[in-house]
Design a protein around this ligand. Structure first.
Ligand SMILES: *[C@@H]1O[C@H](CO)[C@@H](O)[C@H](O)[C@H]1NC(C)=O
Ligand SMILES: *[C@@H]1O[C@H](CO)[C@@H](O)[C@H](O)[C@H]1NC(C)=O
Ligand SMILES: *[C@@H]1O[C@H](CO)[C@@H](O)[C@H](O)[C@H]1NC(C)=O
Length: 392
């Protein structure tokens, strides 16, 4: 027994055997302190954008790895995994790390591309020189690659605590579900005068839709609830609204916004509006079996397009969401597992054991096939391509 245990441990500690390496550089943490605090300056003697700081931090880690171990060079960095959780995802990572697996929340696929942020600290298209790299950093980063490559990268769901979707039919809401709201979106609009003069935020999608919702009387005529917090009722509950809606809009924020996660976790059919941007797991799932995509140029036809979807098609998409929603949440973290168990307990105390269960709620407390499992399954499937540098 002891021998087997020892050799298994040895096997797992051998980088030679590793299929992938996760590089634990937290650029999300750098982003949060940078630009708000006096320190840290990164790299030294410069206060560039925080995108530049993040790219340089990853580059430094890569250089250290490559100088210290043979593993980075072994497969040209293709088996190294980098997490890029901030607004504009992997748009500006250093080209030397780009061959690796980029995990992010922002699936922008167009190339060439430029930053569209409304927050100047995040503008990754701003030219910048520094003694640590030759020439303009743009040539080594955003001008060298797209933000997301559906073949080697993955848009991963953002983490949502179970309390965020506590009113979801999957989480103990007493069935049956009645979705009386036809379509729903609540979020930041930034339409106050002078706030975002060029209307860059959300690619001006949220703002244009807001005006359309007023002009076309969306709420009065079609039961479409759309707006920011002040457009909603005073006792408004986000989770409840998503649970009561048939369609939910998935619109960008400054970069990504976790709206696909919000809708799927509540069994609401996502209506995705952001051209050439993939949502979480779009390259590995049949997304059109449970979502609707509308072009940015078709905003004035939204109502018409949604009304043309038959009750049968709606039912099919809802049935499909019931089968996959749990892949969009992470349940392996102890905090999340405990919370969801407490909710199940409450549900049992408040309801008859025989109360009808909503389809999909059977996944409520199971960690199997959650978002993390799904990522690992995809990495496993990708192994031959990563090892041999062949196309999939
Ligand atoms: C990694 O190190 C090898 C060997 O020194 C070198 O040839 C290669 O250019 C380095 N790769 C990067 C991306 O720096
Ligand atoms: C980012 O910087 C570039 C170069 O200065 C500029 O052209 C562009 O308008 C800026 N983008 C934003 C979103 O401010
Ligand atoms: C929305 O309507 C307001 C008021 O008419 C107008 O000032 C604003 O420019 C419009 N915004 C968009 C994005 O259409």
């Amino acid at each position: 027994m002891r021998n087997i245990a020892t050799s298994v441990a040895a096997l797992h500690r051998s980088p030679e055997e590793a299929d992938y390496f996760y590089v634990p550089v937290s650029v999300g943490c750098l982003f949060d302190v940078y630009g708000w605090n006096e320190i840290p300056r990164w790299p030294r003697n410069i206060l560039g954008t925080r995108s530049h700081g993040a790219a340089m931090l990853q580059r430094e880690a890569m250089r250290w790895l490559n100088a210290t171990f043979p593993w980075f060079a072994r497969r040209g960095g293709r088996d190294h995994i980098w997490l890029n959780p901030h607004d504009e995802g992997a748009c500006y990572v250093w080209k030397d790390i780009w061959p690796g697996v980029m995990l992010s929340h922002w699936g922008r696929t167009d190339f060439p591309h430029a930053s569209n942020t409304a927050y100047s600290q995040d503008n990754y298209s701003l030219p910048l020189h520094h003694p640590l790299h030759p020439g303009d950093w743009l040539e080594h980063t955003s001008k060298a690659h797209p933000c997301f490559d559906p073949e080697k990268d993955l848009v991963i769901p953002a983490f949502k605590q179970p309390s965020h979707y506590r009113k979801s039919p999957y989480m103990g809401m007493v069935g049956p579900v009645t979705r009386t709201i036809f379509a729903f979106f609540q979020g930041d609009l930034r339409m106050e005068p002078g706030r975002d003069p060029a209307c860059r935020y959300s690619r001006c999608i949220r703002q244009r839709m807001y005006n359309l919702s007023k002009d076309q009387l969306w709420k009065e005529k079609y039961d479409i609830w759309y707006g920011d917090r002040k457009d909603m009722d005073s006792n408004f509950d986000y989770s409840e609204m998503l649970s009561r809606s048939t369609f939910c809009f998935v619109l960008p924020g400054d970069g990504w916004s976790p709206r696909l996660e919000d809708s799927v976790l509540h069994g609401c059919i996502p209506v995705i509006i952001m051209d050439q941007v993939q949502v979480a797991f779009e390259n590995i799932m049949d997304m059109d079996q449970f979502s609707v995509r509308i072009g940015e140029g078709e905003l004035d036809r939204i109502v018409e397009i949604l009304q043309a979807i038959s009750p049968e098609q709606i039912q099919t998409m809802q049935d499909n969401i019931n089968k996959v929603w749990h892949r969009f949440r992470y349940l392996g973290i102890r905090m999340a597992t405990l919370e969801v168990r407490q909710r199940l307990q409450q549900y049992r105390e408040n309801h008859d054991e025989d109360a009808p269960k909503n389809p999909g709620s059977e996944h409520m407390v199971s960690r199997q096939d959650d978002a993390f499992d799904t990522i690992i399954q995809w990495l496993h499937y990708r192994m031959p391509f990563v090892h041999k540098a062949t196309k999939q």
